[in-house]
Ligand binder design. Structure first.
Ligand code: FAD
Length: 470
């Protein structure tokens, strides 16, 4: 196992957290021949009666797919996903307008979170050098010795030593607690004012109640609802709204009234009776954005996935970024011959700017998804970007395309986007000035009927005003 000539041989890798990123990471380390121990708080979700977790389904895109490919799981997961080629915007009147995600043939996939997690755990278990320890909650660990203390649901404790600890224990990481005690560790966390609630839209006459190959969005400026399709022909609808608005709705009738006002087309599709009860099934869930740096302690511990960078879910990149962490780490392992004293600092150096960039982009999209998509100017600019991308595919690449359909480093995508914005806006301005100059020249050459011009000018002005104010 592993390339010959490795300088430091780390035998035992403890992956804390057997969620999406932890289970995938176990495969990456096992493939390299390390002895991998996964410790997960929950019982085995493959045999558990109830699985409680976060969103029911999620959008998988290129970065995540590439990581799955690395461990031979891409085809299996893709075959159980539903392609979404475009957003489908639902207006208040019920009109539906598609906005494609990219070029023809480019799509994101709606995948079932629980199934994905189960497949990843099963894959990890196929390696004889991997052991999965469920019902093991990390309570504490020592950054000096690498000794970890776990508690089980019956109250028993155990201590385990590892050469490398990989913290994949999510947004409220217990591994990260040790980092917080150290000097020069930067940390910030922000809760957004919005929470979310999930509702199920059942099939209609055995078929999807809405067109399945879309991510449906009901943008309502200060709040929004989205819906992603599932393999069983249901949709999972997620309502994102400020907590104070959730709290204003206290009865079934108020739920219906709220939906009648803001999402009337969704009432018959979800079902009024189901809406009345399902809305109150669970409290609204909070969303947190966590940024920190560095991601490592010496050659002993590294954070990946949400433990390193929880992002708000509006770019559909949290899991994708976490999966990409595994590829980036793996590449650096090759580069530095698995010498952890070099690999870990290099991983922090390379990955922090990218994960911070996607955290910022996700925050930006938090506004774009619920508000900007209602603006004609925004839609016009999207069309301009897409047209320019079509004409000059290597020069102008829409931000969404770079983030979702390429592995361009996140921070480079942001830099390039800022540059493109400047160039395109300048081009639009020059185009407008050119058109005005050309018009003036023609006017001087052939003096026309001034009244007709004034009527046209007024028409153009009012169009521009309506574009800017919408
Ligand atoms: P988690 O999935 O949180 O897993 C952490 C695991 O660690 C859990 O199994 C937990 O039980 C375990 N654990 C926790 N503490 C301990 C401990 N002390 N000891 C042992 N084990 C422990 N991302 C996308 O890419 N696309 C999307 O469309 C998308 N949609 C989302 C929608 C919503 C509403 C939300 C909230 C998130 C969404 N995400 C999406 C983000 C995605 O869910 C996360 O980025 C992803 O789950 C991160 O995986 P993880 O393994 O790092 O963390």
């Amino acid at each position: 196992p592993g390339p010959a000539g490795r300088q430091t041989r780390k035998n035992v890798v403890a992956v804390v957290g057997g969620g999406l990123v932890g289970a995938l990471n176990a495969c990456f380390f096992a493939k390299r021949g390390f002895h991998v121990e996964v410790f997960e708080t929950r019982e085995d979700i493959r045999t558990a009666k109830t699985v409680r977790g976060r969103s029911i389904n999620l959008a998988l895109s290129l970065r995540g797919r590439q990581a799955l490919k690395h461990v031979g799981l891409e085809d299996k997961i893709v075959s159980k996903g539903i392609p979404m080629n475009a957003r489908m915007i639902h207006s208040l009147s019920g009109k539906q307008s598609p906005i494609p995600y990219g070029r023809k043939g480019q799509y994101i996939l709606s995948v079932d979170r629980a199934n994905l997690n189960k497949e990843l755990l099963t894959e990890a278990e196929t390696y004889p050098n991997t052991k999965l320890n469920f019902d093991h909650k990390l309570q504490d660990w020592s950054s000096e010795t690498g000794l970890m203390t776990f508690v089980r649901s019956d109250g028993s404790r155990s201590q385990v030593q590892a050469d490398l600890i990989v913290g994949c224990d999510g947004a409220f990481s217990a591994v990260r607690k040790q980092f917080l005690r150290r000097s020069r560790f930067n940390y910030s966390q922000t809760y957004i004012p919005h929470g979310y609630k999930e509702l199920t839209m059942p099939p209609r006459d055995g078929e999807f109640a809405m067109k399945p190959n879309f991510l449906h969005i009901w943008p309502r400026n200060t709040f929004m609802m989205i819906a992603l399709p599932n393999m069983d022909k249901t949709f999972t609808c997620t309502l994102f709204m400020p907590f104070e608005d959730f709290e204003k709705i206290t009865t079934g009738d108020e739920v219906i009234e709220f939906f009648r006002k803001h999402f009337p087309d969704a009432i018959p599709l979800i079902g009024a009776d189901a809406l009345r009860t399902d809305y109150f099934r669970l409290p609204a869930q909070a969303m947190v954005s966590v940024k920190c740096s560095p991601y490592h302690i010496q050659d002993r511990c590294v954070l990946m996935g949400d433990a390193a960078h929880a992002v708000v879910p509006f770019y559909g990149q949290g899991m994708n970024a976490g999966f990409e962490d595994c590829i980036v780490f793996d590449d650096i392992m090759n580069q530095f011959n698995e010498d952890f004293s070099s690999v870990l600092p290099e991983y922090s150096r390379v990955r922090v700017p990218d994960d911070h960039a996607i955290a910022d982009l996700a925050m930006y999209n938090y506004v774009e998804m619920r508000a900007h998509v209602n603006s004609k100017w925004f839609l016009f600019r999207k069309r301009v970007d897409n047209l320019l991308h079509f004409l000059m595919p290597k020069t102008i690449i829409p931000l969404y395309t770079m983030v979702t359909f390429t592995r361009t480093r996140y921070h480079e995508a942001v830099q390039r986007w800022h540059w493109q914005q400047k160039v395109i806006n300048l081009g639009l301005l020059l185009g407008a000035v050119g058109a005005a100059a050309g018009g003036s020249y023609l006017l001087v050459k052939n003096p026309p009927n001034i009244n007709r011009i004034l009527v046209h000018a007024e028409h153009i002005r009012s169009k521009l005003v309506s574009l800017k104010t919408s």
